[in-house]
Ligand binder design. Structure first.
Ligand SMILES: Cc1cc2nc3c(=O)[nH]c(=O)nc-3n(C[C@H](O)[C@H](O)[C@H](O)COP(=O)(O)OP(=O)(O)OC[C@H]3O[C@@H](n4cnc5c(N)ncnc54)[C@H](O)[C@@H]3O)c2cc1C
Length: 548
């Protein structure tokens, strides 16, 4: 029985995270993923990540945060990070599943990237900290290909399914991880303010060796085998590959000062790195470091959206499980009208997030063969990154409250999710920066605006409230030149219209009706749990329960 005589609800886990999530399964299938063998893979992976063992790894890897070891017993610098065995188990699971490399193993448009994102969505519900290195490693190849000789040397190990945490000469490793170093003390969003320098050795230039000196204020996954790093070369800010171990086996002059003591994301190490004449090889054109590395950032931005959607799903599933089995005042909580309203409102956010994430995954999967999908992926990633990373915080907080006092206690996964969610709205571009990036994308590429509006147009005629909201959005977009102070409002409208359009086309009709009336029709309060009382609250709330 899920609740004992003491009314304490037994844990939701173990459960299969994939087979209990029909919203995800249907959405990714529509986008070309999760079919045939990919379906079997997801069923198997959903079972594995939902096991007691993997949930426990998640708790252990966060309770026992990584530790920095700067020196050995003789006082020599070693600059290593020690992790709890549970962290290594999680990495082994993700890497062997190919989360970091599946997109390179498949053909554009065959659904491989959609399936990969679904795998990421599943495991990040259980433990998201270790997903940082798999995300960066998975995103690096488009940037690295700007320097084909380096891509040829590093590529095979970066796309290998072997997790090899040994700090040894790169070419002896069976698999490698890649981090990135953009942020410096004086500026993270504005990387043009970077002051780290790169002095050429033997003439420098693309692919050439340089010596890097400077400080990187945030570098996550510092135990990675190499970093793509920005530094000022003679012709301007450029991108470099900086390995930790040099080809001759010696350690590069790259010193870890401290690890950050973070609000959440505690299983993942984030360090302050000092480069002192460190060897690095230029990737791509000199002076074009930002456009080069942004190709890596695009991939990690999608993961931020995916993680936000995943954590919303996990929090809402935990809340639904609890209120379905906990009784108060003579009935299960889910049968109390006000709790139904709260859970239904949470479910709307979680479903909208899952549909939007799947849609972007599909657009990316097809972007190499379909220019319209490429344009949608470009603009849609910004819209979703802004909106979903923001929505995750109130959703997780409210889901935690549904579980009452037990939700505030660490043994439930909810405090960890609550501490984790704000991060996705900061790294890979904080909220304002992303909102302004959306404006820039629309200004630079009117085609992407047209494609986005056409995407909304697919739902035209289904709901008059949605049609009116899209018409308002169109007129706001026309006034783009006055838009900077209005950027958040605009992106918010774009996101909610998009979510509503997806729900209207592909979602449950009760859910889409409630979403449109509340989010676009103004029939809503300022907290979650304020849907109009005549919405189909019971039916929507019950959709949140993870049942096969
Ligand atoms: C846990 C963690 C791990 C990280 N890991 C890495 C990593 O591995 N590699 C790496 O390079 N960086 C990493 N970062 C750094 C992260 O990417 C930056 O913190 C982020 O880009 C913001 O930069 P900043 O901290 O310098 O803030 P700032 O750039 O100073 O921004 C502060 C605020 O101002 C806003 N803002 C900025 N510009 C504008 C504008 N034009 N108009 C209006 N508002 C604006 C921003 O939205 C933000 O809210 C990490 C950060 C964290 C917290």
């Amino acid at each position: 029985m899920p609740a004992g005589s003491d009314n304490m609800v037994s844990p939701l886990e173990p459960y299969n995270l994939f087979t209990t999530d029909p919203v995800l399964a249907n959405a990714i299938e529509r986008e070309g993923g999760g079919r045939g063998a990919d379906h079997d893979l997801l069923v198997e992976f959903g079972e594995r990540v939902g096991s007691d063992e993997v949930f426990e790894w998640g708790h252990l890897a966060n309770r026992h945060s990584p530790e920095l070891v700067t020196h050995d017993r003789n006082g020599n610098r070693v600059d290593e990070v020690e992790f709890h065995p549970a962290y290594h188990s999680l990495m082994e699971l993700s890497v062997s599943a190919g989360i970091h490399c599946m997109r390179y193993e498949r053909e554009p448009g065959d659904g491989g990237y959609v399936t990969r994102n679904a795998l990421m969505y599943l495991i990040s519900q259980v433990e998201v900290g270790h997903c940082c290195p798999t995300s960066m490693t998975g995103a690096v190849m488009p940037a690295l290909r700007h320097q084909p000789d380096l891509a040829e040397v590093w590529g095979p190990r970066l796309v290998s399914r072997s997790y090899d945490p040994r700090l040894i000469v790169p070419d002896q490793k069976t698999g490698s991880l890649m981090g990135m170093g953009l942020t410096e003390k004086q500026g993270g969003s504005d990387v043009r303010a970077n002051t780290s320098t790169a002095a050429p050795v033997n003439g420098g230039g693309p692919g050439g060796e340089h010596r890097l000196t400077g400080h990187k204020w945030f570098t996550s996954a510092p135990m990675s085998d190499a970093f793509l790093t920005l530094a000022q070369a003679p012709k301007g800010l450029s991108c470099f590959l900086v390995p930790r171990i040099l080809p001759d086996g010696s350690r590069n002059s790259l010193h870890f000062q401290r690890l950050k003591d973070k609000l959440g994301n505690r299983s993942n190490a984030s360090g302050e790195l000092e480069y002192t004449d460190a060897a690095g090889w230029m990737v791509g054109e000199e002076g074009r470091g930002v456009p080069t590395i942004i190709e890596m950032v695009n991939g990690t931005r999608i993961d931020c959206t995916n993680w936000s959607a995943a954590m919303m799903r996990q929090a809402v599933a935990q809340a639904a499980w609890h209120v379905s089995h906990r009784t108060a005042f003579g009935a299960n909580l889910i049968d109390k009208p006000l709790m139904r309203n709260v859970l239904a409102d949470l479910e709307l956010e979680a479903e909208a997030a899952t549909l939007m994430t799947a849609r972007i995954s599909g657009a990316y999967d097809r972007s190499a063969i379909d220019p319209d999908e490429a344009a949608l992926a470009r603009l849609g990633t910004g819209v979703a990154k802004y909106w979903l990373t923001k929505r995750a915080a109130p959703v997780v907080r409210e889901a935690l409250e549904c579980v009452g006092g037990n939700g505030y206690v660490e043994e439930s996964i909810l405090p960890r999710l609550y501490r984790e969610v704000p991060l996705n709205a900061i790294w890979e571009g904080a909220g304002n920066v992303i909102a302004l990036d959306v404006l820039r994308a629309m200004a630079r590429s009117p085609q992407s605006t047209d494609v986005f509006l056409a995407e909304l147009g697919r739902a035209q005629g289904a709901d008059p409230i949605l049609d009116a909201a899209v018409a308002r959005l169109r007129s706001t977009i026309v006034e783009l030149d006055t838009a900077e102070a209005n950027a958040r409002r605009l992106v918010e409208q774009m996101a909610m219209c998009w979510a509503a359009a997806l729900l209207v086309q592909h979602g449950d009709s009760a859910a889409s009706d409630a979403y449109v009336r509340s989010r676009l029709g103004g029939d809503w309060g300022s907290e979650l749990g304020t849907l109009p009382p005549d919405a189909a609250l019971e039916a929507i709330a019950r959709r949140a329960l993870p049942v096969p």
